[in-house]
Design a protein around this ligand. Structure first.
Ligand code: NDP
Ligand code: OXD
Length: 314
């Protein structure tokens, strides 16, 4: 079996090294670098493959996405009709939960205020609210949203989530579907977006949605945190909402254009915290352990786990 690595946007070297170490006898070919027989490729390991990179692979059995989000794969008009599986991995989930908890606590515990005070050598201690006074809402309650929600609930926050479909999660108030969105927003002080980018979710983080967030919270004004995809957000609306007080602050890991252009006003905005799409960087070693299990399933004639529904878009 030949396994194709089709990766852009990440340093290929550690992925190739881990693939060679983990995949034993199988031949590894790197798209855009190696010469290979397209008919020999049976599995493609992919992150932001160049459009058309997977076309013409007559014996391709599956595409394994090396990250959790697959919007970039599904955007390829020349994608062959084979099963696509995404990464669901405890290491990736824990990294995301760490990032979400870090950012929620930074707002709840007013970290930016203390950094500003330190810069001015000011010793002042404004009142701190209890976590139980703060309502966090997870927009997206899948693998990542659910884990973050459960950890935040254990820290004492009042946590709710919004998903496409109904379910019950102990300790979390769950809203779903179009009808559930307004009541979910109306009880949310800190909104954490952990949704996939699909035709339905593109641009969902807009001024109208921000205006629906709770306005009676202890933080003064609602806060937006987005680690889903940049395409979920309308950046002009975030800026307008921050400037007129509809939002109190925003923490963004993902952007409409990545890398975030140097000219973006988000960089210098006093109410914006930026991380460069690192909320849950996949670790090649951990992800390759999942790849090995997936390839073993495919070789045994079983479908890979964590299949994507291309019609649904995630
Ligand atoms: P999942 O597919 O497990 O969960 C997606 C959640 O979004 C589900 O709860 C789903 O609802 C909900 N959802 C999807 N569409 C809609 C809709 N139209 N209306 C309401 N809810 C909707 O994905 P993960 O939790 O694993 O990952 C989420 C996203 O996080 C990824 O797609 C990726 O874009 C992003 N990500 C970002 C990273 C980073 O470093 N910044 C790292 C990893 C992932 P339901 O449960 O009903 O299906
Ligand atoms: C992912 C990501 O989807 O890193 O895994 O954004």
């Amino acid at each position: 079996m030949t396994v194709l690595l089709a990766i852009t946007g990440w340093d290929i070297a550690p992925w190739e090294a881990e693939a060679r170490a983990a995949l034993g006898e199988r031949t590894i070919a790197v798209h855009g670098r190696d010469k290979y027989d397209p008919a020999a490729i049976e599995i493609a390991l992919v992150w932001k493959q160049p459009a058309g990179a997977l076309a013409g692979l007559a014996n391709l059995k599956a595409v394994l996405c090396l990250g959790a989000g697959v919007d970039h794969i599904l955007a390829d008009p020349l994608l062959p009709p084979v099963p696509i599986a995404r990464t669901v991995d405890p290491d990736l989930t824990m990294r995301m939960t760490e990032w979400v908890v870090l950012q929620v606590l930074a707002h709840h515990r007013r970290q930016r205020l203390y950094l500003d005070q330190q810069a001015k050598r000011v010793w002042a201690s404004p009142p701190q609210e209890a976590a139980s006074a703060v309502r966090v809402g997870l927009l997206g309650l899948g693998e990542l949203g659910r884990d973050a929600a459960e950890v935040l609930a254990r820290l004492g926050f009042r946590v709710a989530g919004w998903a496409r479909t109904a379910r019950t999660v102990a300790g979390i108030e769950v809203f779903h579907g179009a009808a559930g969105l307004a009541p979910f927003l109306a009880r949310t002080d800190i909104l954490v977006a952990l949704m996939p980018l699909t035709a339905e979710t593109r641009g969902i983080l807009n001024y109208g949605l921000f205006a629906g967030l709770a306005r009676d919270g202890v933080l003064g004004a609602p806060i937006l945190i987005n680690a889903g995809r940049g395409g979920l957000q309308i950046e002009a609306d975030i800026l307008a909402a921050l400037d007129d007080g509809t939002l109190g602050a925003a923490t963004l890991d993902v952007f409409e254009t990545e890398p975030l252009p140097a000219a973006s006003p988000l960089w210098g905005h006093s109410k914006v915290t930026i991380t460069p799409h690192v909320a849950a960087d996949s670790g090649p070693r951990e992800i390759m352990a999942l790849v090995v299990r997936q390839i073993a399933r495919i070789e045994a004639g079983l479908p890979p786990e964590h299949l994507v529904d291309p019609k649904r878009g995630y």
